[in-house]
Design a protein around this ligand. Structure first.
Ligand code: MRU
Length: 359
């Protein structure tokens, strides 16, 4: 399957090349294209923590390859020791960011695979793990395509679509999740307009979504987060599609801070509000959104702008990176297996089992 076909000018978000892990540094975009060759597991942890690789699906793929990097010099260990080391690195890597379930999903899947392999030596076990990471990577691209196929009918000629943060190609290894229906509709030749929220404080909308949509020739307009409700009130938005970091069993979901406000505004104006969600982002073992851990990041991300302090010295600040939107505000989840509608508890369980795989 072609990788990120709309972005011939950009290196892939994540690349596994002859045993090396290459990550496109998303903190430098859009003005610098820097690819980092990840030296060791600490560098993987830092790349995830510092958002050089970010977006729930991309984090999951990076973590799977990250474990291969962590273990690449351990292939001469006795198998039991290799397994113990793998588990230790997995537990540590999993804690790099708490909200996106894809991180623990990717790590746990690698551990499960290691447990299922009856290897006589560590080199064999390691080779099997690399193959599993490649499978996770390939599947991620396919999940994006599935979301694009099922979400495309929501986009009609001439409409306005609003999205938040970056749930795009850069957040995945394919055509994105929230952007997948947009790219699919664009490929089909439809003309429509996209509004991209800038997404304070780290500006994933301005730096990443606006950039990748523009590169792909989509008609995209950047707006401030605080302009979204006003743009909706003017009748310019017919559809909202956002991504997600974790969907609980009842359909409550976590996504980039500001999503909740968008959902409330969309509901107020009667605008359909959809969440693009690959099965790797389902957490059906968590009953509801109140149980989702929300990452709180350094206050400096909001007291400073481009390295310069903008708030008064010693200012108290809160910086939750995500919020939880209750399922009642969701029109549907666009998954790779189709659009899931309320009652979500039942419809999600019908399509997916507790591990998030096809039921
Ligand atoms: O902090 P980030 O940039 O990792 O947050 C990303 C988001 O909130 C995305 O919307 C979400 O991960 C879905 S990406 C397909």
């Amino acid at each position: 399957m072609a990788s990120q076909p709309l972005f011939s000018t950009l290196p892939p978000t994540i690349e596994w090349r002859d045993g090396d892990l290459l990550l496109l540094d998303q903190t430098r975009l859009p003005h610098e294209i820097v690819v980092e060759n990840i030296a060791d597991v600490k560098a993987v942890w830092r790349a995830i923590r510092e958002l050089r690789v970010r977006g729930a699906p991309a984090i999951g793929v990076a973590a799977a390859y990250g474990l291969c990097i962590a273990m690449r010099d351990s292939t001469t260990l006795p198998v039991a020791l290799y397994r113990a080391e793998l588990e230790r690195h997995a537990n540590w890597l999993e804690a790099a960011r708490p909200t996106a379930v894809n991180l623990s999903w990717g790590v746990r899947r690698m551990l499960r695979h290691a447990r299922d392999i009856d290897a006589k030596d560590s080199a064999t076990l390691h080779a099997a793990l690399v193959e599993e990471a490649k499978r996770i990577h390939d599947e991620d691209r396919a999940l994006c395509e599935g979301i694009g196929e099922h979400g495309m009918p929501l986009i009609r000629e001439g409409i306005g679509v609003l999205t938040h943060c970056n749930a795009g190609a850069l957040a995945t290894t394919g055509i994105g999740t929230a952007t997948a229906p947009i790219y699919a509709a664009r490929r089909a030749g439809l003309a429509f307009k996209v509004y991209a929220d800038e997404t304070r404080p780290l500006l994933q909308g301005a730096r990443l979504t606006a950039f990748e949509l523009q590169q792909a020739g989509v008609d995209v307009t950047l707006i401030m987060d605080s302009a979204a409700a006003s743009i909706m009130s003017q009748g310019l938005v017919d559809l909202v599609i956002v991504g997600t970091d974790r969907v609980a069993a009842n359909g409550d979901f976590a996504n980039k801070i500001g999503t909740l406000g968008l959902a409330i505004a969309a509901n107020h104006y009667g605008i359909p509000f959809y969440v693009a969600c690959p099965s790797s982002t389902l957490d059906l073992q968590t009953a509801s959104g109140s149980r989702i851990e929300i990452e709180e990041r350094d206050a400096e991300e909001i007291t400073h702008l481009a390295g310069r302090r903008i708030a008064p010295d010693a200012m108290q600040a809160r910086n939750p990176a995500f919020d939880v939107t209750p399922h009642a505000l969701v029109s549907g989840f666009i998954t790779e297996r189709g659009i899931v509608r309320a009652p979500f508890e039942r419809s999600l369980r019908t399509l997916f089992d507790a591990e998030g795989t096809a039921a």
